[in-house]
Design a protein around this ligand. Structure first.
Ligand code: ALL
Length: 342
């Protein structure tokens, strides 16, 4: 785990309660919650407005991401740090991440640590859409405001857990569809295309696959393979190499993120099929921008990674101030091609 702290945490008003994020549906839980609210109200600690004026109202927000090895997340972290610097009098920031993309246990343990450190809000890009729900429920129960960014938590699991966590992030299906449509314009009906999926349990990965499929099927292209590259360059490289040897007529690979697009492009080069097999990605990291300029990758989708955490932080701050409900907020995606980065 990496962690960096910016600003000072001057606000520890525990325990606190996020009534609107907890939706205990069944009678008993509801009854317990009402009792808890009454108890907290009676002891005067569930109400921020009752804090003494001398108390410096500077909440601490913990950003919990995935792997900083992916430029997408280092860009996200930089964007968050810049925002905190510009709003240093409003909040302190703790930046966290995991080393291995798939290390769910480590991401859960970071959430536990942030609860123990009594942060006021957690802004999280979950590595898995289902597995993180129980620990985030514990955060809500401890009075921490939770905002979900980037990869949406599973609606069914949220409902079963009786919790409500706002999602701040893009329409991944629509974003991938844009890249798929752009790719389709360069191909003809019947051409063979493969899809490199992200981690299959991540909702944003599922949505991107669906978005590619929407566009490719609409253009009557033939999807000959769909396989996971686990969001990673090395894994995608070996999966793409196998796809290329199995499908000698393959005309394109649609990758659900740019790390995998880079892995696919390297496999195409190694197979001596540069110029014959097109690649699209998703993220708009700098390495891919260069590949687009060089004509080695056709397009990517900018999901404005530098602003994603910032949008989540703004949502958390508004919720902490009681100015916003736990509502979802959709963020933009833009198709990036050689024309757009000229
Ligand atoms: C997703 C992001 C990015 C990224 C991937 C890898 O959640 O949206 O596209 O490349 O995680 O961790």
């Amino acid at each position: 785990m990496f962690e960096s702290r910016i600003g000072r945490n001057l606000w520890h008003s525990r325990p606190r309660l996020c009534e609107n994020q907890l939706q205990h549906s069944r009678g008993r839980l509801c009854h317990m919650l009402i009792m808890l609210i009454v108890a907290l109200t009676l002891i005067g600690c569930g109400d921020r407005s009752s804090k003494p004026a001398a108390d410096n109202d500077n909440p601490t927000i913990a950003l919990i991401m995935k792997s900083l090895a992916n430029e997408f997340f280092s860009t996200m972290a930089d964007g968050a740090r810049d925002h905190q610097k510009a709003h240093a009098d409003e909040y302190s920031l703790i930046v966290n991440g995991i080393k291995d993309e798939r290390d769910l246990a480590q991401q859960m343990s970071i959430v536990e640590q942030m609860i123990a450190q009594q942060v006021d809000a957690i802004v999280i890009a979950p590595a898995d859409s289902k597995a993180l729900a129980p620990v985030l429920k514990r955060a809500l129960e401890a009075g921490v405001v939770v905002v979900n960014i980037d990869n949406k938590l599973d609606d069914g699991v949220l409902e079963q857990s009786g919790i409500d966590i706002p999602f701040v992030g893009p329409d991944n299906r629509d974003g991938a569809r844009k890249a798929g449509e752009h790719l389709a314009k360069t191909l003809k009906p019947g051409d063979e295309v493969a899809i490199l999926e992200g981690v299959p349990t991540a909702f944003n990965g599922q949505q991107r696959r669906a978005g590619f499929e929407d566009a490719l099927k609409a253009a009557e292209l033939k999807i000959v393979a769909v396989q996971s590259g686990q969001w990673e360059m090395a894994k995608a490289n070996s999966v793409a190499a196998a796809m290329l040897s199995e499908h000698p007529n393959l005309k394109a690979i649609a990758a659900s993120n740019d790390s995998m697009a880079l892995g696919a492009a390297a496999a195409i080069k190694a197979a001596g099929r540069e110029g014959q097999v097109k690649v699209v990605g998703f993220d708009n990291i700098s390495a891919v921008q260069q590949m687009i300029k060089d004509g080695k990758i056709l397009a990517t989708v900018d999901q404005h990674g530098d602003q994603l955490a910032v949008y989540g932080i703004e949502q958390a701050l508004a919720m902490l101030k009681g100015q916003a409900a736990a509502d979802d907020r959709q963020t933009p995606t833009d198709l990036i091609t050689a024309e757009s980065i000229k």
